[in-house]
Ligand binder design. Structure first.
Ligand code: ADP
Length: 171
């Protein structure tokens, strides 16, 4: 489904032939469960070796590495907030994740970028609210750039797809 520069897909992010994929990493950047584990498994041990040199990443920030065995050239690792009820700056931190990813997309002239639903797995962020922030920040990036990257949101399960469809059609 296309929405002016934004598309939804349910494919495994590690299989996508896009220029960059975003990893929902943790502060160590040394791999974990969920999408992070899948990306490290698919990229191979060289990704971990490069991540080890980065010395971690604060919540809300982003770091870029090569994609190694992935079809994607680049991996942008960002650390979403853990959901603590919404009163501990979670919406601002999640927005910062998307903005910092888009900053790197621009810096590296990446022309297609795929995002997982950051923070909505193990980190427990409510899917609808997270999707609204993702869509808002994507639209902001699209509006502010003359030649923006194509944006793909990976909806790995039906609840995530519904949340993005809702965000795209109601906001
Ligand atoms: P977080 O710790 O930021 O919550 P998770 O990896 O637990 O990260 O979940 C983030 C989202 O990524 C969830 O919607 C989950 O279903 C999804 N996900 C898990 N594996 C993959 C994958 N291989 N490709 C795309 N999305 C995935």
């Amino acid at each position: 489904m296309a929405h002016n520069g934004i598309e939804l897909t349910k494919e495994d992010i590690t299989t996508l032939a896009v220029e960059g994929i975003v990893n929902a990493a943790n502060n160590s950047l040394l791999g974990g469960g969920g999408v992070d584990g899948a990306i490290h498994r698919a990229a191979g041990p060289e990704l971990l070796a490069e991540c080890q040199k980065l010395g971690g990443c604060p919540t809300g920030e982003a770091r870029i590495t090569k994609g190694y065995k992935l079809p994607a050239t680049w991996v942008i690792h960002t650390v979403g907030p853990v959901w603590h009820g919404g009163t501990q700056g979670e919406p601002e931190l999640l927005a910062h994740c998307y903005r910092n990813c888009f900053y790197l997309v621009r810096e590296y002239s990446i022309m297609s970028i795929a995002f997982p639903a950051i923070s909505t797995g193990v980190y427990g962020y409510p899917k609808d609210e997270a999707a609204r922030i993702a869509v808002r920040e994507a639209r902001r990036y699209l509006a502010e750039n003359e030649n923006p990257a194509a944006i793909l949101f990976v909806c790995f399960n039906d609840a995530t797809r519904l949340a993005y469809q809702h965000a795209l059609t109601t906001s």
